[in-house]
Design a protein around this ligand. Structure first.
Ligand code: DX5
Ligand code: ZN
Length: 217
């Protein structure tokens, strides 16, 4: 399966975002983590910065909203030009209504589940979702270690998508690196977020290519 590599700019230099976006021109999407200090205990950037990142990025922007009340806030990120908008299952009041609204605004719509949140409720709703994000760490910070116990959930999601004949993507986010990406790919993920692995590398472009090669083996 073709693997998509989405570097997370959470590990970029926030004083040099334009430079660090240019460095990932060989990636598939730029993964932008929006945190509100309520849904997760960390605070990053908001809509005005994301609007400029969309304009500055050489690749489409994949927004990961780690915020409360996505029903209210997520559509604005689609209107800002994000190609993909992911909101968290634990925070959304009406995930299907929100996904439909995001699609109507031209974005791919995705739902994220924390490591301890079941994916099963969403496997009956595949027609409504362009992507499911299975978090492989607790959201909030880069550089955490991969949680092996998330692999069966990825396998179950892939089996359900295959059985349904759907083309919903499975994204993984957290602790994805050269040492874990083959296992998550084998479990069925096809979209790989990597923050510290990409931006911590001496050769950023080479690291993206290496991760893609490992995922596609
Ligand atoms: C964490 C963010 C991730 C983060 C991943 O909550 O959603 O996108 O940047 O960082 P690494 O790849 O370093 O685990
Ligand atoms: Zn993320």
């Amino acid at each position: 399966m073709r693997a998509l590599i989405n570097p997370s700019i959470l590990s970029a230099d926030f004083a040099n975002l334009e430079r660090d976006l240019a460095a990932i021109a060989g990636a598939d999407y730029a993964h932008v983590d929006v945190m509100d200090n309520h849904f997760v205990p960390n605070l990053t950037i908001g809509l005005p910065v994301v609007q400029r990142l969309v304009e500055a990025s050489p690749v489409p922007v994949d927004v990961h909203l780690m915020i409360e009340d996505p029903d209210r806030w997520a559509p604005a990120f689609a209107e800002a030009g994000a190609a993909s908008v992911t909101f968290h299952a634990e925070a959304a009041q009406a995930p299907v209504r929100l996904a439909r609204e995001l699609r109507s605004l031209g974005a791919r719509a995705a739902v994220a589940v924390r490591p301890a949140t079941p994916v099963e409720p969403y496997l009956d709703l595949l027609d409504e979702l362009d992507m499911i994000l299975v978090m492989t760490v607790e959201p909030g910070f880069g550089g955490q270690s991969f949680i092996e116990g998330t692999l069966p959930k990825i396998r179950r999601a892939r089996a359900a998508i295959t059985a349904a004949g759907a083309d919903t993507w499975i994204q993984v986010d957290g602790g994805v690196s050269r040492s874990t990406i083959e296992r998550v790919a084998a479990a069925g993920a096809n979209v790989f977020v990597a923050g510290s692995a990409v931006y911590g590398a001496d050769d950023v472009a080479g690291e993206i290519a290496a991760l893609r090669d490992l995922a596609e083996q």
